[in-house]
Design a protein around this ligand. Structure first.
Ligand code: CA
Length: 242
């Protein structure tokens, strides 16, 4: 039997922490718990978890600082689980290198799906995003062909421009994961590109006209309002369409 994957929960609210622990253990994960930021750092350094579930409001240390600290030595996936709903908190967490963000209250299935996605990507600090990949990514009727630099919808070439392809290719490579506007702009237009979302919005509108049956109700690329975009992963697509 393969070794269980180990998840560290950094959460000071005992009832939430116990709730998550129960769900995770019954889904065959090994669980460690820490109730403060300094505890979480200690456990992360000494017990090599495969993933960190992080509450931002810890008693001794802000979760954002903890992300920064852990990212200085580790690429382990970090999912923020927080009651803070402000867009800026989410953007800051993701730009500091968190992999995903779940707002409390959350559903069990959502939590488990996000964990599986993050573990699959194996931790991707936002400064190291890379579009390069080979083969194809299939979801629903959408195919991203990384070798031919083309995107097909229902077998037809969607005729994307070069930048449109790069955008879809990047989101496809990190399917299921939200990428912030800044992260996407830096990956596509370079580190010195103006962080103005207008160019991204225009490109996205054109992409949606080409790959979505109904651009106002997208099936493939979702807007996380005020934060960024997420391309649907196969598991979520199938859960929705079956
Ligand atoms: Ca808290």
């Amino acid at each position: 039997m393969p070794a269980k994957q180990r998840i560290l929960i950094a959460e000071d609210d005992r009832s939430i922490s116990n709730f998550m622990k129960t769900i995770l253990e019954s889904n065959n994960y090994d669980v460690l718990c820490a109730a403060s930021g300094s505890d979480a750092c200690f456990v992360a350094e000494n017990h090599c978890p495969d993933l960190l579930l992080l509450d931002l409001g810890l008693p001794d240390l802000d979760g954002l600082q903890l992300i920064k600290r852990i990212r200085s030595w580790s690429a382990m996936p970090i999912i923020v689980v927080s009651a803070r709903t402000h867009e800026l908190d989410k953007v800051n967490a993701l730009d500091l290198g968190a992999d995903d963000y779940i707002t409390k209250p959350f559903g069990t299935n959502e939590l488990l799906a996000r964990i599986r996605t993050a573990l699959r990507h194996g931790g991707t600090p936002s400064s190291q995003l890379d579009i390069k990949q080979s083969g194809c990514y299939h979801v629903g009727e959408l195919v991203i062909d990384y070798d031919k630099y083309r995107v097909y919808l229902g077998g037809e070439d969607a005729k994307l421009t070069q930048n449109e392809f790069k955008l879809v290719a990047l989101l496809g490579r990190y399917a299921g994961k939200v990428l912030t506007y800044d992260t996407i702009i830096r990956a596509i237009w370079g580190p010195n590109a103006p962080t103005d979302n207008q160019i991204l919005r225009v490109n996205m509108a054109n992409i949606r006209r080409k790959i979505e049956k109904c651009p106002a109700r997208p099936e493939y690329i979702f807007t996380e309002v005020g934060i960024g975009y997420r391309l649907v992963d196969v598991e979520s697509y199938e859960a929705k369409n079956n």
